[in-house]
Design a binder for this molecule. Structure first.
Ligand SMILES: O=C(O)c1ccccc1N[C@@H]1O[C@H](COP(=O)(O)O)[C@@H](O)[C@H]1O
Length: 203
């Protein structure tokens, strides 16, 4: 099975195109103002407009309110929602959209999140502590027992030099990377993205 690749934290249209051309199946837009990768609605719409067909646009929210999510959905063609905070299943489902739910693996229990989110299409496992923001570049213990009820997307500190090992150990549905393919926060690096996608498929 081919491991799907999401490159998150795209802040420039050219980086969205480059990620797709280098093998990303999805790009992520961060709607979380404290993040250095936050995009406003106008910028997000510019990026989404140039992302090639057959590449998904994922909207990432972290404990946003309903109105903030709806404002984005009314202006940006988002294919999939990613909820990265402590959102309840009711909150995530209210938009009638497909969604994935993150788990902060530093102290968080993926089985508990799996049970609470039966309708999430996948669990995205990140290295942060529950309550802390993601995108921290922290790796979690890839040897941990994981639930089998959901597809798994591995995130958290993935880089070209460690992603093959993560894929080999976990055999996830997909991988997600943000800081590991950047030259500076929010700016993606083409050689790192090329190396990353190549290594995913070697794993
Ligand atoms: O990328 C961010 O700035 C971010 C902010 C708040 C929550 C999540 C964020 N990114 C997500 O974090 C993981 C791992 O990122 P990294 O590769 O360790 O930098 C990834 O799923 C991003 O989607």
């Amino acid at each position: 099975m081919r491991t799907r690749i999401k490159i998150c934290g795209i802040t420039r249209p050219e980086d969205g195109v480059m990620a797709a051309e280098l093998g990303a199946d999805a790009i992520g837009l961060v709607f979380y103002p404290p993040s250095q990768r936050h995009v406003d609605i106008a910028r997000a719409a510019e990026i989404a407009a140039v992302v090639p067909p057959l590449v998904s646009v994922v909207g990432l929210f972290l404990d946003a309110n309903t109105e903030q999510v709806e404002d984005v959905l009314s202006a940006v063609p988002i294919d999939l929602l990613q909820f990265h905070g402590g959102e309840s299943a009711e909150f995530c489902a209210q938009f009638g959209r497909r969604y994935i739910k993150s788990v902060g693996m530093a102290g968080g229990d993926p089985a508990e999140v799996a049970a609470a989110h039966p309708h999430a299409l996948a669990l995205l496992l990140d290295g942060h502590a529950p309550g802390a923001a993601g995108g921290s570049g922290d790796v979690f213990d890839w040897g941990r027992k994981l639930p089998t009820s959901h597809r798994i997307i591995v995130a958290g500190g993935l880089r070209p030099d460690n992603v093959a090992q993560a894929v080999k150990m976990i055999k996830p549905w997909g991988v997600d990377c943000s800081s590991g393919v950047e030259s500076s926060p929010g700016i993606k690096d083409s050689s790192k993205m090329a190396a990353f996608t190549q290594e995913v498929h070697r794993g």
